[in-house]
Structures are given as C-alpha cells and as structure tokens.
Ligand binder design. Structure first.
Ligand code: TRP
Length: 450
C-alpha cells in the first residue's frame, strides 16, 4: 500500500477524541479506582500523577514522533527510521502486548455487556454488597455467559476497526467520548453527595506515605502506561494517521490531560461511594461491578442510570479496544499486505480463543494457573508490569539516542513551521535520554525485590 492510499484522521478534534478514546477506558473506570484502593489512596495518586507528568508525557510525545515520522504501523515505522536494527523489537512488543492486553481487556468488556442486560432485572438493585459480590463471582466463574459476552465485545470492536480509521475509529470516538464524560460527571456528583462519602474523599486526597512500597511504585507506573495507552505502539500507530500540520506536543498534553482528569473523576465517582457503603476500598477488580450497582439501587432513576452507565463503560472499553486491535491490523495490512478484512477476521479468531481461555481461568477451569496466578491475572501482570514499561523504555531510548536531535526537533516543530521552545526541547531530551529509562529500570527492579 503506498503512503498516498493511507487512511488518516480528518480533523484535530478527530485526532483528539481518538487518542482520548484509546486512553480513557477500563483503565480509568475499572483499574484505577481499585489500584488506588489497594495501594492506600492519595499516596498512590500522587506518585501516579508524578509518573504521568515526568515520564509518560515525554514517552507519549516520543511515540507520536516515531509514528508520524515513520508514517506506518509500529513495526514499519521503526523499520523506516532504523532499518534492520534491534529496535524492531519495539514492533514485536507491540503485537505481543496487543494480544496479552486484549486477552483480559475483552473479557472485562464482556462483563460490561452482561451488566447492561442485568440492569434490566431487579436482582441487581439490592443494597447488599454480599449479595452483589456473590452474583458477580457466580457470573465470572461460570463457563458460558462470560465467554459469550467476551466474543460479543470483541465482535463489536472488530466491526469498528474493519470500517477503517476515519469511518470507524474516528467516527465512533467523536460520537461517544463527549457522552461518556457527561455521564461520569453525573455519577461522581451523586457519589459525592451520599452520606458518609467524605471519608472516601479523604482517602483519595490525604496521603499516607507509610504504605508506599516497591509494589506501589510498580503498580503506579504500570497503571500510568496502561491508562495512557503507552509502551506498545498504540500511539505510534495512531500518530501515523495524524497530519503533518498538527502540533504533536499539544496533542500529547491534551490527550494525557483528558485521561488524567477522567481517572480522577472516575475515582471520585467510585471511591466515596465505596466508603459510604462501608465496603473495603481494596475490593480489587470487582469494585465497579459490585459497588456501583449498590449506588444505583439507592438513587432516583437508578435503573436508567445503571443501564446508561454500563453502556458508557462498554463504549469506553470499545474505543480503547479498537486502538489495540488497530495496532495488529496496521501491522498485518502493511507488513504482510493482507486486506483489512482478512487481518481483522484473523485477529478476531485468535483473540476470541485466548480471551476465552483467560475467562475460563477465572473459575470454570481452575487448572489454567501459572505461577499461582490464573491466566486472566497473568495476562494483566505481564502486559502492564513488564511489557509496557519495557516497550516504553525502548521507545524513549530509540527517540533519545537513535534519532538525531535535528530530526527530532524538526518533527516536533513541524519543520520549523510552529514554535517549539528550545529550552523545553532540551528538558524533553534530557528526560527521554536519562530520566525515563533510568526510572523505568529502577521500578522494574523494585518489582523483583519487593
Ligand atoms: N488505555 C486504555 C484504558 O485505560 C487501554 C489501552 C488501550 C491500552 N490501548 C492501550 C493500554 C495500549 C496499554 C497500551 O483502558
């Protein structure tokens, strides 16, 4: 396929909602709140914010530079900028991580579909956390329904990707992202006005650093990568569809900003409610599926809001899943010259199978356990805590040491047509050359010592 035939985003708003659509997802609404709960609240949030600003923003900019400069999928872009080098491992990590992430992401996406339907029944609206916990575990540990829901989720996402970048990814992101934002704000307001929610707010904003361990750092870093869709070529792939006249630095700030604001609002929507109902905030991955129904059970029009909320959660998950699928789709269509249809169909079958195994490992097939973790947890751990930091480190090392400074400055200033402050550029260079790789290394090591 020649460069001229390449699909692209049609407008700046389109780029922004697609990037935000990829970033904002289950990571914000499902993963962030329970990690905050598991890691002692505010201290985790502060460390998380530091990682986002100091490390992840420069990494995002770096991915954008690679993608737009290389104008190809994550493998092809590196091949253009550094032919036949070891840096191509970035492309390999992209494809592998896309699979390991989707293996659990799609399962949770399926849960959201099931909970949309469940919102029509009365059994969900009980003010009894034990009952809701039982309902949830009975569901995810059963053999058929979760697997079917996962396949349905995967099919929805695949259909959007088949439609293309402009007519699929961009079109749906434009439609759904504003709606998503509005609804989470409504739920946050309701959560904050519940009696007893103040303790939750305190938990979110008063730090207790005595709880910080190596694991806290690793969780925060992994989550920052995960939430911003970094370290596996998603942003490389998306930026290869961004026009030459867009300001990459600005897009990074807006994308990372939107994602962070969204995570905080999601935290405010969920954690105070957890406290108001006297549930432990370290409930783990089931937090959203147990706590929120309890909130819905007690507010006017709770059923309507519940239906909407799980639809919105589904949409947030879909707009992220499509970015993960697009990474592999772009790879297959550009590197192997497959048609888009063939690429997506193949990915659907492969992911359908892996996701089903990961779903079944939650209970129906308990023997699917490695290193004491079921496959679902294992996929999550391998991708967020190992592959993404590793991929991120390679990306910054590549941009910092392999691309030359003039080339880099040229890409960030759009060939000197827009202003890019020289001092800012030097800071950026310093971070991606030294600070980011070192910090990632330390945190990765802390993982093995913790
Ligand atoms: N960022 C998304 C979320 O928060 C998930 C996601 C999409 C992702 N693309 C990614 C995570 C790439 C890591 C890498 O739900």
């Amino acid at each position: 396929m020649s460069n001229l035939d390449r699909d692209s985003f049609s407008s700046r708003f389109g780029v922004l909602v697609a990037v935000a659509g990829s970033a904002v997802g289950l990571g914000n609404l499902w993963r962030f709140p329970y990690l905050v709960g598991n890691n002692g609240g505010a201290a985790f949030i502060i460390i998380y914010l530091l990682f986002v600003i100091v490390l992840c923003l420069p990494i995002m900019v770096s991915e954008f530079v690679i993608g737009r400069r290389g104008r190809a999928n994550s493998f092809g872009a590196i091949e253009k900028l550094a032919p036949r080098s070891g840096w191509l491992s970035i492309g390999v990590i992209s494809v592998v991580a896309s699979f390991t992430i989707m293996a659990f992401y799609s399962v949770v996406g399926g849960w959201t579909i099931y909970y949309i339907f469940k919102s029509f029944s009365n059994t969900l609206f009980v003010n009894d956390s034990q009952n809701l916990t039982l309902q949830f575990s009975a569901f995810i540990e059963s053999p058929y329904l979760p697997t079917l829901s996962h396949l349905l989720f995967l099919a929805l996402s695949s259909l959007i990707v088949v439609a293309g970048v402009k007519n699929g990814i961009e079109k749906y992101s434009k439609l759904l992202m504003p709606l998503l934002f509005l609804l989470v704000v409504i739920v946050a307001i309701r959560s904050l006005t519940l009696e007893g929610s103040a303790k939750g707010v305190e938990f979110l904003f008063r730090p207790d650093f005595s709880k910080v361990t190596g694991k806290t750092l690793l969780d925060a870093l992994g989550q920052a990568f995960f939430s911003l869709s970094l370290g596996m070529g998603c942003m490389i792939t998306y930026s290869s569809y961004v026009k030459k006249e867009e300001n990459l630095f600005k897009i990074s700030i807006m994308g990372a900003g939107a994602d962070t604001i969204f995570a905080l609002i999601a935290g405010l929507a969920i954690v105070p409610a957890v406290f108001a109902f006297g549930i432990s905030p370290s409930e783990g991955p089931s937090l959203v599926f147990i706590t929120l129904p309890q909130v819905f059970a007690q507010i006017p029009f709770g059923r309507v809001i519940s239906i909407l909320f799980f639809i919105i959660l589904l949409i947030a998950a879909v707009t992220s899943a499509i970015s993960l699928i697009e990474v592999v789709t772009a790879f297959l269509t550009e590197e192997l010259n497959w048609s888009r249809k063939k690429a997506v169909a193949t990915i659907f079958v492969a992911l359908g199978f892996i996701g089903a195994l990961s779903s079944l490992s939650m209970g129906a097939l308990p023997s699917l356990t490695i290193f004491g973790k079921n496959l679902f947890d294992l996929f999550d751990f391998i991708s967020s805590n190992i592959l993404l930091p590793l991929g991120g480190a390679l990306v910054v090392l590549f941009v910092g040491w392999r691309l030359n400074g003039a080339e880099l400055y040229d890409e960030l200033s759009n060939g000197a047509t827009i202003k890019f402050d020289r001092r800012l550029f030097r800071v950026f260079l310093f971070v991606i050359k030294y600070v980011a790789p070192l910090a990632i290394l330390i945190v990765l090591l802390a993982n093995f010592l913790a």
